[in-house]
Each structure stands twice: as structure tokens, then as C-alpha cells.
Ligand binder design. Structure first.
Ligand code: GRF
Length: 201
């Protein structure tokens, strides 16, 4: 199974997936393409170092979201991608794109959805003073950060935690949880039933 990872920034989740693939933990699936909207993304460097093909599509010059997404879809189809992984991809996707990859596109969010949606999941949860936050991996649907939940893991916010220490804990969980969700998908063990994802043994 061919996987593409879309990332705009640092790419530590991409790296975790690359490492998991190397260790044989993605059930034989292969990351064949890394896409970014940001030519300066460190994620692209990580991909190149791992010998993964990269594609950059800056957003300027496109008159609509859909037009941009069509170019991305072209690349995904060319690379025969069956699973799309969003890993810190900072663009909102068009309904056309989301519908086309329904049940075949995942995202990771650094909070326990449906709480603290949006770009500042870690900060918002920390500032709100929650005692528990965590990580969510979910399928992507038309509504932002609201698709069917695949995996979640909680982390306790301790008395002496700072936003930075919480972030560190959350990233550690992300780097374990995302490869696990991908492996379950590749093994054909995820079934979407409405808003629920059933995981078979
Ligand atoms: C992660 O915290 C992820 O949950 C969020 O964006 C961040 C990406 O980090 N969607 P990285 O680029 O994978 O290091």
C-alpha cells in the first residue's frame, strides 16, 4: 500500500512514520510521497534524506482551494497513493478532496477531540487549565477536526507542567499513535460506522 504524507512544518510525525516503516511496523506499507505547501518545511528535508519523493505546491497563484487541491490529487494519483496522512498540514482542504479520499485520509490532532479543535490545541487546553489532554488520530471529513476518531490517548497535566513540557509529552504520544493507526488501516482493521470507527482484532 502506498502512503503520502502532507506536511507544512517540522515533520516529526513524518519522521516517526519513516522510522516505523524502517522497523517494519507499517504492515508493509510504503511512504512514497511527501507533499508540502511550504518549500521551507523541514519535513521535506526529512523525506529527501529517507529517499522519499517530494512535491511542493505553494499556494499563491491559485484562484480557488479546489484548483489547488486538484493539483495535489494529480500527484497522489500519479503515485498510486491509497492512504493520505495529514501531519501538520496547515491548509484546509476542499470538500472535493475530502470526499474523494473519504475513509482513506487521516489527521492527527494534539488534544482530545472534540475538545480544543483548531491550530492551537495544546495551548488552548493548557490555558483552559484542563487536568487531562491528549492526542487524537481521526479520519478526515468535511468538518474541521471532527471526523471519526480512530485512536486517542490521554496525558495528565501535572501541577508543574508548562505548555512546553505538555507539548513534549504530546509529541511523544503522537509519534507512537500515528504509526499504530496507519498499521491498523493497512491491515484492514478499521471500519467506519457513521461517526464511529470499529477496530477489529
Ligand atoms: C502535531 O502536533 C500535530 O498534532 C499537529 O501538527 C503538529 C505537527 O508536528 N496537527 P510535526 O510537523 O509533525 O512535527
Amino acid at each position: 500500500m502506498n502512503i503520502a504524507v502532507l506536511a507544512s512544518g517540522n515533520g516529526t510525525n513524518l519522521q516517526a512514520l519513516i522510522d516505523a516503516e524502517k522497523r517494519g511496523e507499517l504492515a508493509g506499507a510504503k511512504i512514497v510521497l511527501a507533499l508540502s505547501d511550504n518549500s521551507g518545511a523541514f519535513a521535506l528535508k526529512r523525506a529527501k534524506e529517507a529517499g522519499i519523493e517530494t512535491f511542493v505546491l505553494e499556494t499563491k497563484g491559485f484562484s480557488s482551494r479546489e484548483e489547488y487541491d486538484k493539483k495535489i490529487i494529480e500527484q497522489l494519483e500519479k503515485a498510486k497513493v491509497e492512504l493520505v496522512i495529514l501531519a501538520g498540514f496547515m491548509r484546509i482542504l476542499s470538500d472535493h478532496f475530502v470526499d474523494k479520499y473519504h475513509g482513506r485520509m487521516m489527521n492527527i490532532h494534539p488534544a482530545l477531540l472534540p475538545s480544543f479543535k483548531g491550530v492551537y490545541g495544546i495551548k488552548d487546553a493548557f490555558d483552559r487549565g484542563v487536568k487531562v489532554s491528549g492526542v487524537t488520530v481521526h479520519f478526515v471529513d468535511r468538518e474541521l477536526d471532527a471526523g471519526p476518531v480512530i485512536l486517542q490517548e490521554a496525558v495528565k497535566v501535572e501541577e508543574n507542567d508548562t505548555e512546553e513540557s505538555l507539548e513534549e509529552e504530546i509529541h511523544k504520544i503522537e509519534h507512537r499513535l500515528y504509526p499504530e493507526a496507519v498499521r491498523l488501516f493497512v491491515q484492514g482493521r478499521l471500519r467506519i460506522e457513521g461517526k464511529k470507527v470499529k477496530i477489529s482484532k
